[in-house]
Ligand binder design. Structure first.
Ligand SMILES: [Mn+2]
Length: 358
C-alpha cells in the first residue's frame, strides 16, 4: 500500500506540506483544485503548478480527490454530454501530469452530510457528528448549518452558489429513483472509461455518506450489493472504488472486511476512518483505533494485507485535538489523522513481520 494524505492546497488548508513531510511514511498528496465547481474546466497551468509544488516537497501527486460530477450528468439532462466532454478533458489533462487515480462520487445534491461539525467529546476533543433525527425534511436548514459551521473554508459539494438553488435542484431530481440514477451512472461510465483505459487513469467512486437515502434522494453506493451492481455496470478494471470505511460503517450490516476481500482487485484507493454508532442510529467519528468505534480497522487492514494491496490509502477524517478546531478544516486537522497514519502502519508492519515468520 502507498500511504497518502489529503491536502486542500496552499492558502486553503491549515496544514502545510512541510508539516506533512514529518509524518512517517506518507508518500503522496491527495489533491484537487478546490475552487472548481462541478462542470468547470480545469486549466492545465493550474494542474501543472500544484503537481510541481507537491513534487518539490518529495511527494507523488498520483491521486486527485475529487473531480466533481455535475448534477446534469446525474439527472441525465440533455446537457450532460457537454459536461462529460469537460470531464474527459480534465481526465486527459490530469493523465498528462502523471495522475493515476481520480476519486469522485455520484451522490445527488449533497456530498457527505453531518449535523454537527464540532461535537464536543468527554475528553475535550470534538468531531463530526450525525444526528439522525435532524436529517428528515428540512434540507435548507441543514445546508445553512453546515455552511455556518465551515466558517471561511469552502466545503466540497456544499458550495453556497449550489445551496442557494436547492429548490430548483430538488425539482430536477424529483423523478430520479435508484434505477434511473444507476442508468445515468452507467451512461457516464460508458463515455469516460474508454478514455481512462487509453490514458491509464483509474476511476474510483466514493461510497455514499451516510450509507442511506437522505431527504428522499436516492443513494446507490452504500452496501455490498450496491457495490457489486456498480462494478457490473462497467467491467473494466478502470472502473473501480474508493473504499471508505467511515462511509459504509454507520450501517452496521455492512461487513467491510468482507467487502475488501471480495472486491480488492477493483479498489484503487482506501479511506480508513472509524465511527461509533449509537443505538438510535446517530454516529460520531472517532480515532482510527478499532476499539474506539464500530469499524474493525485491524480486520479491514488485514483484508488488504492478505490480498497484497498495492493501491493508495489515506487516513480519512479525524477528530479535532488540542484546540486545532479553531483554524482547521472540519474533519481535516493534523493530529488525529497523523495518529491514524501511525496506527495503520503499526498494524501493517506487524502483519508484514508475522507473514515473514510463518
Ligand atoms: Mn472517505
Amino acid at each position: 500500500m502507498k500511504m497518502t494524505w489529503r491536502w486542500y492546497g496552499e492558502g486553503n488548508d491549515s496544514i502545510t506540506l512541510d508539516h506533512i513531510r514529518q509524518i512517517p511514511g506518507v508518500e503522496g498528496i491527495v489533491w484537487s483544485l478546490h475552487d472548481k465547481v462541478a462542470g468547470e474546466i480545469w486549466e492545465e497551468e493550474r494542474i501543472s503548478e500544484v503537481v510541481k509544488l507537491i513534487k518539490s516537497k518529495g511527494f507523488n501527486a498520483d491521486v486527485v480527490e475529487s473531480v466533481n460530477v455535475h448534477d446534469d450528468i446525474k439527472i441525465g439532462l440533455p446537457s450532460r454530454d457537454d459536461y462529460i466532454d469537460i470531464y474527459i478533458d480534465t481526465i486527459r489533462k490530469l493523465a498528462k501530469h502523471g495522475v493515476k487515480v481520480i476519486c469522485y462520487n455520484f451522490m445527488p445534491i449533497f456530498d457527505w452530510t453531518r449535523t454537527s461539525l464540532y461535537e464536543e467529546q468527554a475528553d475535550g476533543s470534538n468531531a463530526l457528528f450525525y444526528e439522525k433525527k435532524s436529517v428528515t425534511h428540512d434540507a435548507k436548514a441543514m445546508a445553512a448549518k453546515i455552511l455556518e459551521g465551515a466558517g471561511d473554508f469552502t466545503m466540497p459539494g456544499w458550495e453556497p452558489e449550489r445551496m442557494a438553488k436547492l429548490d430548483e435542484l430538488f425539482d430536477l431530481y424529483k423523478d430520479i429513483d435508484e434505477e434511473k440514477l444507476q442508468d445515468n451512472l452507467k451512461y457516464f461510465l460508458e463515455r469516460i472509461i474508454p478514455i481512462c483505459e487509453e490514458e491509464d487513469v483509474k476511476m474510483a467512486i466514493h461510497p455514499d455518506d451516510p450509507p442511506w437515502p437522505i431527504f428522499g434522494l436516492p443513494r446507490i453506493i452504500r452496501s455490498r450489493d450496491h457495490i457489486k451492481k456498480f462494478l457490473e455496470l462497467n467491467d473494466s478494471p478502470y472502473n473501480g472504488l474508493t473504499l471508505c470505511t467511515g462511509s459504509l460503517g454507520p450501517n452496521l450490516q455492512n461487513d467491510i472486511p468482507g467487502i475488501v476481500r471480495e472486491f480488492h482487485d477493483r479498489i484503487h484507493f482506501a479511506h480508513i476512518r472509524n465511527v461509533k454508532v449509537f443505538d438510535n442510529g446517530d454516529f460520531i467519528e472517532v480515532s482510527h483505533r478499532g476499539k474506539d468505534g464500530n469499524v474493525d480497522v485491524y480486520e479491514v487492514l488485514k483484508a488488504y494485507h492478505d490480498n497484497e494491496f498495492k493501491g493508495y490509502i489515506r487516513p480519512d477524517h479525524g477528530r479535532h485535538l488540542w484546540g486545532e478546531e479553531k483554524n482547521c478544516r472540519p474533519g481535516y486537522g493534523l493530529y488525529d489523522r497523523a495518529f491514524g497514519v501511525m496506527y495503520m502502519f503499526g498494524v501493517w508492519d506487524s502483519l508484514d513481520k508475522r507473514k515473514g515468520e510463518c
